[in-house]
Structures are given as structure tokens and as C-alpha cells.
Design a protein around this ligand. Structure first.
Ligand code: IPE
Ligand code: IPE
Ligand code: MG
Length: 237
């Protein structure tokens, strides 16, 4: 094994990386292509990065695929994104073969029935996988997620003095999972866009101008190196 490979395999990793897969539209525009071509390239890149994360032994990866705000886009763009998702899910048996455990987070209940069935199939097929836990945030909004948690708490009749951070965490889509410790946003935007707003309270952030379809394993490696140089104090000294 080359020294380089050895170094890569031996470095510490974040426990849970969350990525905002942004910049597909601008990537296409730069090439005089329709936005749909950007989403197709972004989807391919997502598969490559998920595989890479699994290969290096990352435990959790959460990717932002479609937000509760993205419905504001033209209907043909939304249906193009849903069709890309359909294609992806149709060969989702790959997850099982790759030992990736896939889970969808977000309000899936309003999506078309065929998509809901494909999602359930993909989750069921990979339920026993022991590699990467891959969360795909779809029709996901951090505020929506917290509202749902509050509704559950009220419906369960939990009294105010019983409510702790755990009461909320346990009612989020990510229940049972560690909070993301590293959030990556390519595309030159410096915001969360309603992503994992509860879970990211103490995450480290990494921003880059690279557009998502151009975001390669070497960019991820650069980000991880930077993560490993950060001094995380969590309010201590
Ligand atoms: C991210 O890329 C994909 C989704 C939000 C679904 P964008 O489509 O937001 O790309 P830009 O930001 O317009 O370049
Ligand atoms: C965030 O990107 C959502 C996804 C990547 C799925 P947006 O492109 O929707 O975010 P804004 O509109 O720039 O905040
Ligand atoms: Mg965008």
C-alpha cells in the first residue's frame, strides 16, 4: 500500500458529515446546459461521494436533496428532480450490495405514491447493511421537523417540566443518530437553508465555491483535513 493511501486510511474522521448539495443550476448555466443537466450531474456526483464515504469508513452521511422550500421552483424543475430520484431509487438495490444503509428524512407522506413505495423498498432492502448510514433529506425542513416534534410532545401529553433536549432529539427524523459534527456546503453560499437546524448546534462548518457536481473526493479530503485541525471546545476551554 502506498504511503499516501495509508495516510488517508489512518486519519481521524468526523462521525457524521452533512452535505448541502448545492450549485447544480449554476453548474449547468456555466456550460449553457438546461438546469436538468445540472441535477443529473449532481445526482451522479452524489452516488460517487456516498460510495467514497462508505469506502473510507465514515459512519453517517446526510445529504440535502430537496427542501421544504424547493417546492417554490417551477413545476417542471420539481418533476425533473423527482424523476431523477425515481431513477436513483430503481437501482437502489445497489445499496444493499454496497452495504450502505439508506434512510429518508423529511416529510415523505406528501410525495407521489410510487416514490413512497420505492423509498420503502430501498430502506427495507438495506435495513441490515452494516456500512455507511446514508440519510437522504427529501422534502426536508429543519423547522418542519421541530414543529412535528412539538406536535408529538403535545399529543403525548408530556408535561413541561419533563421536557429535555432528549425529548426533542428523540422526536426528530434523525432519532438515535449522532448529531452531525461537520457540515459541508459547496456553491459559495454561506447559509444553512433550513438544514438540520437543531442537530447542527455544535457542528463545524466548511464552505467552498466549488459547485456540487464538481465536488470530488479530493475536496472532501481537504475538508476533513481542515476538520481535524479545528479545536472543538463545546463551551469549555
Ligand atoms: C441544488 O442545486 C439542488 C436542489 C436544491 C434540489 P440548485 O438547483 O439549488 O443549484 P443552484 O443553487 O441554482 O446553482
Ligand atoms: C438547499 O439549496 C437545498 C438543497 C440543496 C436541497 P437551495 O438552493 O434550495 O438553497 P437556497 O435557496 O440558496 O437557500
Ligand atoms: Mg441552490
Amino acid at each position: 500500500m502506498s504511503l499516501f493511501k495509508k495516510k488517508r486510511l489512518s486519519r481521524p474522521l468526523p462521525e457524521h458529515i452533512a452535505i448541502i448539495m448545492d450549485g447544480n443550476g449554476r453548474w449547468a448555466k456555466k456550460r449553457n446546459l438546461p438546469r436538468t443537466a445540472g441535477h443529473a450531474a449532481g445526482s451522479k456526483n452524489f452516488k460517487d461521494i456516498a460510495r467514497y464515504c462508505n469506502k473510507i469508513g465514515l459512519k453517517y452521511l446526510t445529504v440535502y436533496a430537496f427542501s421544504t422550500e424547493n417546492w417554490k421552483r417551477p413545476a417542471d424543475e420539481v418533476s425533473n428532480i423527482m424523476n431523477i430520484l425515481r431513477d436513483y431509487l430503481k437501482d437502489a438495490k445497489n445499496f444493499k450490495d454496497e452495504n450502505i444503509k439508506v434512510k429518508f428524512i423529511g416529510n415523505i407522506s406528501v410525495l407521489d405514491e410510487d416514490i413512497r413505495i420505492l423509498i420503502k423498498d430501498a430502506e427495507d432492502a438495506s435495513a441490515n447493511a452494516t456500512g455507511l448510514h446514508l440519510n437522504i433529506a427529501l422534502n426536508y425542513g429543519g423547522r418542519d421537523e421541530i414543529i412535528n416534534a412539538v406536535k408529538e410532545i403535545v399529543a403525548e401529553g408530556i408535561s413541561p417540566d419533563e421536557i429535555t433536549e432528549q425529548t426533542i432529539s428523540e422526536r426528530l427524523y434523525t432519532k438515535g443518530q449522532p448529531d452531525p459534527d461537520f457540515i459541508i456546503r459547496p456553491s459559495g453560499e454561506y447559509r444553512l437553508s433550513n438544514y438540520l437546524i437543531w442537530q447542527s448546534a455544535y457542528a463545524e462548518y466548511w464552505f467552498s465555491d466549488v459547485l456540487w457536481p464538481d465536488f470530488k473526493p479530493r475536496h472532501l479530503e481537504e475538508a476533513i483535513e481542515e476538520f481535524n485541525r479545528r479545536n472543538r471546545r463545546f463551551g469549555g476551554i
